[in-house]
Design a protein around this ligand. Sequence first.
Ligand code: F6R
Length: 263
Amino acid sequence: MEVIITKNYDEMSKKAAQIIANQIQKKPDTVLGLATGSTPLGTYQELIRLNREEGLDFSKVTTFNLDEYLGLSPLHKESYNYFMWENLFKHININPENVYIPKGDVQDAEEFCRCYEEKIKEVGGIDLQLLGIGSDGHIAFNEPGSSLMSRTRVKTLDEQTIKDNARFFTKEEEVPRFAITMGVGTILEAKKILLIANGEKKADACAQFIEGPVTSQITASALQLHQHVTVVLDEGAASKLKRIKYYNWIRNNKHLVQKYLGR
Ligand code: F6R
């Protein structure tokens, strides 16, 4: 796991966007896994800028979103479908046919989840998966206690997540209790993973998933089992890490790391 500590949200966002842009430049028909929430907003803004000003081409890119609230139609203003179109897709040259987001108002959720997994396989798997992290350590909506082998399914949201996400709704009672989410097992099959986090409210979760044991109580800790994970944090989110010096040394000596490790 490579841990990159940036000064602030802006630097974190630009670094993450650069990693995604490099991936698209290397493989124009990249399959991206995408997240919603406050954290990736700056990354998406930078990707929009790269598309408009520097010609970053999304025309062959395919995307799969991690999750969606169950019970919200794709047009609902708090749906993740709406979020993605407002904050990224409508501003870039992506082909709408290549955009996949779980459908919150689907009749048969179980069948939908099975087809979602199939579709990911059909396109050859996810090349680069972008993740945020919940303050309870979740990735996608894999709440504490989720199986680390889990697949795309319906998940009951945790109290903490409902509280955290109430800021997007008029009142807490409006936050859906259920969501369709990729599983931890699904996420671990992505070829590369990029997790971003900012702010002190994520510091405990980041310390636990990077430096603590692998546990289903902090589902992000399963990323320790993956071979190619990059974590980009701002100073707030990194503030409870014990090995900051080590991570910074690697960042400042990238030429040596590239020479000996080839990445
Ligand atoms: C959203 C998702 C969630 C968020 C997490 C952090 O698609 O998968 O795991 O990444 O809840 O949310 P923010 O960024 O709003 O703090």
